[in-house]
Design a protein around this ligand. Structure first.
Ligand code: 2P0
Length: 325
């Protein structure tokens, strides 16, 4: 059966940073994200008897090398779960991400791939099972199974069967916006997988990071329930800074920030001083995402576009979970 699924990316407000099991992708800490409507991937999967290996097309281009290897390794898990080790697939994936929006496509990509492949091979497609499956492709992707505000529970079991996302509030609970500020399309120097590993193994601040998560989570969930923008923004920004602090205390130390990253952080603080509620968050790269309320959209866009070194600003609303087309 030919199956097509669509999944959106997500932005973490409480970051996933560090694994306790690299093979199953089990995290050290719970994380919490907002699924975004602006950026998504559609993926079609068809298992075909005539194929002797998978064929993966991304944006109509046949892919090989590392990207292909990551996709086939993930499909190996799906084949194993389905008891069909010789079932190979043709995969067509399209990323709908505005030009270099600074979002990794792995979250929407693996969520759409997992959903399409699981259905195509007749595995269960309830959201919890899909989230567990998706997690094994890329950690942050397991949150994209659900729309709106989503928590990824780290779980405690060694087999990962209790490490999956849970919905906290749907997309229509609260219209908060996220501006993706793009300053560089250059490849990251330290990939997030390597960055996480180095931080877990060597950063003097890593234990403090892990210890800080339960309080952040409890408080941000209250803030989301109450639609308290200041509370949610303050916690998200502080959590982001704490994550990035762990990289500075790693050995060797590293940072994802560029000088323009700092300029944008300052512009956001200046907006707040001028009475415009806005907060930043940054993932494993130099680009910045800014949280704001809809009534300030024009001001936010104009201010961020005028920061020297900024190439583009694209805005997003809360988005839906995975769906079949
Ligand atoms: C997050 N990041 O919570 C955090 C914040 C980056 C910083 O998830 O190794 O691509 O595939 O599980 O999910 C980026 O890491 O890593 C990430 P893998 P992933 O969104």
């Amino acid at each position: 059966m030919k199956t097509t699924a669509k999944a959106h990316t997500n932005i973490a407000l409480i970051k996933y940073w560090g694994k306790r099991d690299e093979s199953l992708i089990l995290p050290m800490n719970n994380s919490l994200s907002l699924t975004l409507d602006g950026f998504y991937t559609t993926t079609t999967v068809e298992f075909q008897d005539s194929l002797m290996s998978d064929r993966f097309y991304l944006n109509d281009r046949l892919i090989d090398g590392k990207e292909y290897a990551r996709v086939t390794a993930f499909l190996d898990r799906i084949r194993e779960a389905a008891g069909r080790p010789d079932a190979f697939a043709e995969i067509h994936s399209t990323n709908h991400v505005p030009t270099a929006a600074g979002f990794a496509s792995s979250a929407s990509g693996f969520a759409a791939l997992a959903a399409a492949a699981a259905k195509a091979i007749d595995l269960p497609t309830d959201e919890q099972k899909l989230s567990i499956l998706t997690r094994q492709g890329s950690g942050s992707a397991c949150r994209s199974i659900y729309g709106g505000f989503v928590e990824w529970e780290k779980g405690a079991k060694a087999d990962g069967s209790d490490s999956h996302a849970v919905p906290i509030a749907p997309a229509d609970h609260w219209d908060i916006r996220v501006a993706a500020v793009v300053l560089s399309s250059a490849e990251k120097k330290v990939l997030s997988r390597e960055g996480m590993r180095r931080t877990v193994e060597t950063s003097a601040y890593y234990p403090a990071w892990v210890d800080s998560i339960p309080d952040d989570l409890a408080a941000i969930k209250d803030g989301i329930a109450e639609r308290d923008f200041e509370k949610v923004g303050e916690i998200a920004e502080a959590n982001c800074l704490r994550m990035h602090a762990t990289t500075l205390a790693a050995n060797p130390p590293f940072s994802y920030w560029h000088s323009t990253t700092l300029s944008i952080m300052q512009a956001v603080r200046d907006l707040r001083s001028a009475g415009v509620p806005a907060f930043f968050t940054i993932d494993a790269g130099p680009n910045v995402k800014v949280l704001y309320l809809p009534e300030y959209e024009a001001t936010i866009k104009e201010t961020l576009r005028n920061v020297p070194g900024v190439h583009d600003v694209t805005v997003s609303r809360p988005g839906q979970g995975v769906s079949y087309i």
